[in-house]
Design a binder for this molecule. Structure first.
Ligand code: F6P
Length: 550
């Protein structure tokens, strides 16, 4: 769409109607919304797959939701959605299709990019991954010295790390507990050091995960890992083939690195890095949980894809979650969004969502290259809930900021939990329910007084409430449920990017730092004169060299 053809978002009648509605909404209290609509608790809920989504504790009425859906219609969210599913090049700045949904499409689906059906290639790679994963899991694939592989180390960063690292944690109870699986991402040598220091190189497989195979952190760590392995094994390059495989779109660079392309698992430029862990990038996860569980996860993704593609606006869950974020970000000036899982296994889930959301929607020019005049993606943050309760929840409850939050919890503890620990699950979930109640309804001064609290402490012990939350509840945390959750957030991010008219699929904002790091490095190592280095950085570099005795 060119610059002239689309009315700017904040000049549409739908935006103006929302702004007016926000004014009228004023300081409406959740207490009052529930009092006037006793059915709200069960009425403001939706189901997608195994996920029960409760949005009753949001600062919205039927009218708000209608106006938000009008905005989605005016910005043609579903039109862009259909273009994405059709394989059109909606990543406009990179001229690429956006087809992570093809990674979990069934074998008989037909999805074309440039006139070619990509589904057979997707399944061919999945089959190759499954074959390899089985060979590692069964002990058939051995290392250079003939020893069974017991350790798998994924080396990658960003989307080539966060997804598999998160999913491995989430699905730990489904993993082969005899395998040690680790993830190295940081170019700080400490990361690789800690990952390999207690491993037997003869039993270790390195998976080098990089879409481009040019990312400096990953190539540096991969080179160090190769040096470590060959030194430990006292072997030559011939040992590499049994201990290194690659996940990439770039066969030439993989081969330059010394990895046989027969040991390369391919994906494609229409898979964004942060949307890639259900592609070959998930190989470490597949080895850990096995191909059948991996496919269950893909089915979970697909289920939510189909829901997003076909459900009407009124019951479309990713649309709803995206719109709620727009409501708070654009009309309440909320700057951040918390994701608070009540499952220890989801400890890396929010970190994963940070890249998904902030790299996608952290943009300030629209798809036509014009400065946006409205807020775009929020700061996404959070850690597992009960730990957060004893750290930063104070600010959410009684601070001055509005922080919409997602609470994610499960009715059942994981199946293999030690029997003696199962009883703790009700206590965990009691906290889960108590927190959203406290956030929504707070505690009025008169309630505090009724407890006999001294008058001077009443303001301190009062909770204003009205903090909006979504509750996502499922029976159990399974591979399918993980796929459903991730797809839900992927499509939520999509909805928001579509409304804000930004390209959610490029990431130019990470480039400048990369270029400057390359330029600064010789100043650190050789004291080289770096043209264009500003005075502050020059002084810091000099201090660094002095501290290092250079
Ligand atoms: O951080 C920028 C980025 O390009 C991410 O989008 C990507 O996930 C990451 O770097 C890693 O890239 P690659 O897989 O090509 O090594």
């Amino acid at each position: 769409m060119n610059a002239e053809s689309r009315t700017r978002l904040n000049q549409t009648p739908e935006w103006t109607a929302l702004a007016k509605h926000r004014e009228e909404f004023g300081d409406t209290r959740l207490r009052d919304l529930f009092a006037t609509d006793p059915g709200r608790g069960s009425g403001y809920t939706l189901q997608v797959g195994d996920l029960h989504v409760d949005y009753s504790k949001h600062l919205v009425t039927d009218e708000t939701l209608r106006l938000l859906r009008d905005l989605a219609a005016a910005t043609d969210v579903f039109g862009l959605r259909d273009a994405m599913f059709r394989g059109e090049k909606i990543n406009v700045t990179e001229d690429r299709a956006v087809l992570h949904t093809a990674l979990r499409a069934p074998r008989d689906a037909v999805i074309e990019v440039d006139g070619e059906n990509v589904v057979p290639a997707v399944h061919a790679v999945l089959d190759k991954m499954a074959d390899f994963a089985q060979r590692v899991r069964s002990g058939e694939w051995t290392g250079h010295t003939g020893k069974r592989i017991k350790n798998v180390v994924n080396v990658g960063i960003g989307g080539s790390d966060l997804g598999p690292a998160m999913a491995y944690e989430v699905l730990r109870s489904f993993t082969d507990r005899d395998l040690t699986v680790r993830f190295v991402s940081n170019v700080d040598g400490a990361d690789l050091h800690e990952a390999v220091r207690d491993l037997d190189a003869a039993e270790t497989l390195f998976i080098i995960a990089s879409k481009t195979f040019t990312t400096i952190e990953t190539i540096t760590n991969a080179t160090s890992a190769r040096n470590w392995l060959l030194t430990e094994l006292k072997a030559g390059q011939e040992a590499v083939a049994k201990h290194f495989v690659a996940l990439s779109t770039n066969a030439e660079k993989v081969s330059d690195f010394g990895i046989d392309t027969a040991n390369m698992f391919e994906f494609w430029d229409w898979v964004g890095g942060r949307y890639s862990y259900d592609s070959a990038i998930g190989l470490s996860l597949m080895i850990a949980i096995g191909p059948d569980r991996f496919r269950e996860m893909l089915d979970g993704f697909h289920l939510v894809d189909e829901h997003f593609r076909t459900a009407p606006a009124e019951s479309n869950v990713p649309l709803l979650l995206g719109l709620l974020g727009v409501w708070y970000g654009n009309f309440f000036d909320a700057q951040s969004h918390a994701v608070l899982p009540y499952s220890h296994y989801l400890s890396k889930f929010t970190a994963y969502l940070q890249q998904l959301d902030m790299e996608s929607n952290g943009k300030s020019v629209d798809r036509d290259g014009r400065e946006v005049e409205w807020q775009t993606g929020p700061v996404v943050w959070g850690t597992p809930g009960t730990n957060g309760q004893h750290a930063y929840y104070q600010l959410i409850h009684q601070g001055t900021k509005l922080i919409p939050a997602d609470f994610i919890g499960f009715a059942e503890p994981v199946a293999d939990l030690l029997p003696g620990l199962v009883a703790q699950h009700d206590l965990l979930m009691a906290n889960f329910f108590a927190q959203t109640q406290a956030l929504a309804f707070g505690k009025a001064p008169e309630e505090v007084r009724a407890e006999g609290v001294a008058e001077e402490l009443v303001p301190h012990k009062t909770f204003k409430g009205n903090h909006p939350t979504t509750t996502i509840l499922a029976r159990e945390l399974t591979p399918s449920v993980l796929g459903q959750l991730v797809a839900l957030y992927e499509h939520k991010v999509f909805v928001q990017g579509a409304i804000w008219n930004i390209d959610s699929f490029d990431q130019w904002g990470v480039e400048l730092g990369k270029v400057l790091a390359k330029r600064v490095e010789p100043a650190l190592t050789e004291g080289a004169e770096v043209p264009g280095l500003d005075e502050s950085t020059k002084a810091l570099v000099a201090k660094y060299r002095e501290l290092r005795g250079r």
